[in-house]
Ligand binder design. Structure first.
Ligand code: ZN
Length: 261
């Protein structure tokens, strides 16, 4: 029996290589498997797939991109589903401490004692978000090889350059916008695809966290428009209070209460 290949366009969306230089035999989860076991992508070669999922002990932050994304959204999910007085005891995380009495979750990243570690951690988190974006975008549209995404490839796969990630700061309390028992998704519809084409940005929502991604160069020309759109949400009386460029991972509110930075 011929083994399945996860290939449609014949070229890896990350390294742009084709067969036989690279293989496409490993099932590529577009969103880390523990968050979503169902969305299987294509045109992600075995070596890129393994790169995103493998820890690197040579790096200042050894955790893989997948592991960092997985943990972030899993702990957030934990908070949102922390329903009874006992469930918190099951909390396990490599990156967070949970303080039950105050309901606070605090990331184990110390900006004062170890700023280079903290900055690298933030950078890896950002790369993980852009990683999920391009893989899901390609799964839905088959257009992820477009050269307008070259900066994302450089940033995520080769760790070159930088792309801003904006964050919609929520007030004291997260609002659940999706069914948390379902596999976690990021959504694309006609409108969000049109926004990517015309304005170059993508509004990424998962477990009630909201990010704005600069997915093509057009986003830089449209920063005023993007801010205006984000401000509409802030002005809607919803829980959002600010729109900021994420520079430090602990700018993200991971609790039902605000916690000191
Ligand atoms: Zn590749």
């Amino acid at each position: 029996m011929r083994k399945i290949e996860y290939l449609k366009k014949g070229q890896c969306i990350w390294c742009l290589l084709s067969k036989p230089i690279v293989k496409f035999k490993t099932k590529p989860h577009t969103i880390p498997r523990t968050l979503n076991n169902e969305n299987i992508g294509f045109d992600i070669c075995d070596s890129c797939n393994s790169f995103f999922g493998t820890d690197n002990n040579g790096s200042i932050v050894s955790y893989s991109l997948d592991k960092i994304s997985k943990e972030f959204f899993n702990v957030h999910k934990f908070l949102l589903t922390n329903k009874n007085s006992e469930s918190w005891k099951e909390f396990k995380s490599q990156f967070f401490n949970y303080y039950h009495k105050s309901g606070k979750l605090k990331i184990k990243v110390d900006y004062i004692r170890n700023p280079s570690y903290a900055n690298e951690f933030t950078r890896k988190f950002k790369r993980g978000i852009y990683n999920m974006f391009l893989q899901e975008y390609h799964r839905i549209t088959e257009n992820g090889l477009d050269e307008k995404f070259n900066k994302i490839r450089e940033f995520v796969r080769n760790n070159n350059g930088d792309i801003p990630l904006y964050y919609l700061v929520s007030n004291n309390g997260i609002r659940l916008t999706e069914n948390i028992d379902e596999p976690l998704e990021i959504h694309f519809n006609d409108l969000s695809l049109k926004i990517i084409d015309n304005y170059g940005y993508y509004h990424f929502t998962m477990t009630g966290l909201n990010f704005y991604l600069f997915v093509t160069d057009k986003a830089y020309e449209n920063i005023d428009f993007i801010e205006k759109e984000a401000n509409k949400l802030i002005g809607s009386g919803f829980v959002f209070i600010d729109f900021i460029e994420l520079k430090r991972i602990n700018q993200i509110d991971f609790t039902l209460n605000n916690w000191g930075i």
